[in-house]
Design a protein around this ligand. Structure first.
Ligand SMILES: [Ca+2]
Ligand SMILES: [Ca+2]
Ligand SMILES: [Ca+2]
Length: 199
C-alpha cells in the first residue's frame, strides 16, 4: 500500500464519513458534482491536454450511473474503493480507467497517454521517460506479445510485479485529498511533497 496513511486505509469510520460529507457538501452544495467541480474539488488546475483527458476518464469511471454527475454515494463508493479496496478490485478499476476507448484492451498509446498524464498531475521526476516506462510494461506483462494488454494480462502481470503495483497504486494516491478533507483546507502541495519525500 506504499505511502498510504495506515489508519485511513483500514477503516472508513463514521467520523471520516462525516468529514467527507462535509467536504463534499461544502464544495458542492447541490449534492451533484460536475466535471468542472470535480477538478476544483481535487485541486486540479492548469492541466495539460493529456492530464485533462485522464481526469475526465476518472470522472466517468466514478460516475457509476452515467448521468454526468457524481453524487455523494458515488463519491463514497469511489473513495472507499481507492482507499480500502482489495488489490484485485482496484486493478479492475484501473483497467477500466486506462482502457480509454473501452474496447477491453489497453494498447500502447492508451498506456503512454495515461503515464504522461499521471506524471504531469503528480509533477514527479522519474528516471525513465514515459516511453521507456511504457515499453517496459509491455515487455513485462504483454505475455502473448500482441501489443495490447488484456484484463487477464494486466491483472496477473501487475500483481506479480511489486514495482508496477507500487507505481499504479501511487498513480491514484489520494493521500493528499484525504489529508485535505481531514485537515480542512491544508495546502495539497505541502501534503504532496511530504508523500514524495516519504518514498
Ligand atoms: Ca452519477
Ligand atoms: Ca483500449
Ligand atoms: Ca497481449
Amino acid at each position: 500500500m506504499g505511502n498510504m496513511d495506515g489508519k485511513t486505509v483500514e477503516e472508513l469510520s463514521t467520523t471520516e464519513c462525516h468529514q467527507w460529507y462535509k467536504k463534499f457538501m461544502t464544495e458542492c452544495p447541490s449534492g451533484q458534482l460536475t466535471l468542472y467541480e470535480f477538478k476544483q474539488f481535487f485541486g486540479l488546475k492548469n492541466l495539460s491536454p493529456a492530464a485533462n483527458k485522464y481526469v475526465e476518464q476518472m470522472f466517468e469511471t466514478f460516475d457509476f450511473n452515467k448521468d454526468g454527475y457524481i453524487d455523494f454515494m458515488e463519491y463514497v463508493a469511489a473513495l472507499s474503493l481507492v482507499l480500502k479496496g482489495k488489490v484485485d478490485q482496484k486493478l479492475r478499476w484501473y483497467f477500466k480507467l486506462y482502457d480509454v476507448d473501452g474496447n477491453g484492451c489497453i494498447d500502447r498509446a492508451e498506456l503512454l497517454n495515461i503515464i504522461k498524464a499521471i506524471r504531469s498531475i503528480n509533477r514527479c521526476n522519474e528516471k525513465m521517460t514515459a516511453e521507456e516506462f511504457t515499453d517496459m510494461v509491455f515487455d513485462k506483462i504483454d505475455i502473448n506479445g500482441d501489443g495490447e494488454l488484456s484484463l487477464e494480462e494486466f491483472m496477473e502481470g501487475v500483481q506479480k510485479d511489486e514495482m508496477l503495483l507500487d507505481i499504479l497504486t501511487r498513480s491514484l494516491d489520494l493521500t493528499h485529498i484525504v489529508r485535505l478533507i481531514q485537515n480542512d483546507g491544508k495546502n495539497p502541495h505541502e501534503a504532496g511533497q511530504e508523500a514524495q519525500e516519504a518514498q
